[in-house]
Design a protein around this ligand. Sequence first.
Ligand code: PLP
Length: 426
Amino acid sequence: KSPHQMLGNRDQKAAMVSDIMLSSLKTVDDDDELKHLIEDIMQISDDSFYVGDVGELINSFKLWKKLLPNVTPYYAVKCNDELNIIKVLAALGCNFDCASQDELTRVLSCGVDPARIIFANPTKLRTHLIYAARHKVQLMTFDTEQELEKIKEHHPDAKLLVRIRSDAKVVTIQMGHKFGCTPENAMQLIDKAVKMGLRIVGIAFHVGTGCKEPEAFPRAIGLCAKILKEAKMKGIHLNTVDVGGGFPENEPDTFAKMAELLKGALEEQNDTFKGINMIAEPGRYFAGSTFKLYASIIGIRHNPDVTWYYINRGIIGAFNCVFSENLTRYPIPWKSRSDNLKPSLIWGPEEIQKDLLVKEILLPPLKDGDWLVFPTMGAYTVTLDPVNWLASSKPKVYYHVSKVDWDLVQEANGKSKEHLHLANFV
Ligand code: PLP
């Protein structure tokens, strides 16, 4: 067979496998079946790919509802803008946080009511504001006078949340150095918005992504309480507090602690928070553990003390966390063999020194073409993965779900106001 014919066959098979996984999402009920499907993909591809577990996403949503029933989540689309994530979350009743026109378009294209969206970017492009106004997306954040002027001109009907700075002490990426005004400045901005005839409805904060200090949430709630009281004394009745993102991926205990402290702080200040609509903007909490990345070994170098492995995804894209978050993602060999472990190191495919993905890891001897599985790869990865000079295209994304979970999504969708077209699950 010519290489072209072979490629044709490979592509055909790839399409078939993708159909199996997606035809109303291959409802995969047992682990062996899923394993075989994944091995089918490995046989037809030497490029990396993601596998999304819809059940995991549903579980994260259920846990949120159980531990924070009175805080409405607005999923931060920037974290992973896959349409399937948006559709499943929308069907379950989750709302959305968008940062740009493109994200607004994606969410609206799924049929989500604009009243379920917050445009949570304190520095918006004018054209994006105009787009939001035209599509009736009203809730949004701001943190400067300049932004108020812009909103007054292009979206005077918007409902505004003033974003304050309140940083966690232990965090992967701090945001307060860039966004969020001081609590003192917040009151001046609220006064200014009122004078300008704008609709100021509340306060927002973001403690930072990858927060490792649950106490950051009650501390920020304390700042919000002060502002709510001061505004009330001036006759300004705010009705919404947005506790932002920062909730962890794959760390249920830390999440439970955050939820407990958050609820505790709200109860303590019950008088101030009575009737306040509590919302949040979780990103990595939902997307992180929903996806695994499968990457294969494309090169090996045996050094005296350590074996170097080269894989087909690197720091530009899937593993940007290595420099942006100073975080190492550790893989598990697909065919796990725990014997004869050797000191190893993993490089990505890029021609830059920084493309060192894992500095130290013990791995069994692996061959060219063997696969590694990186768990918890859904946050700030898929969306940022570029068409790579080495790989032919963006990695493909496959999904699976159990029959029970898929029925649950459809049932929830049936009861929802929007009735999304889940049949178009892509
Ligand atoms: N909201 C805003 C305004 C953000 O900038 C981000 C992340 O950058 C998020 C929400 C999501 O944060 P996380 O993924 O930590 O939950």
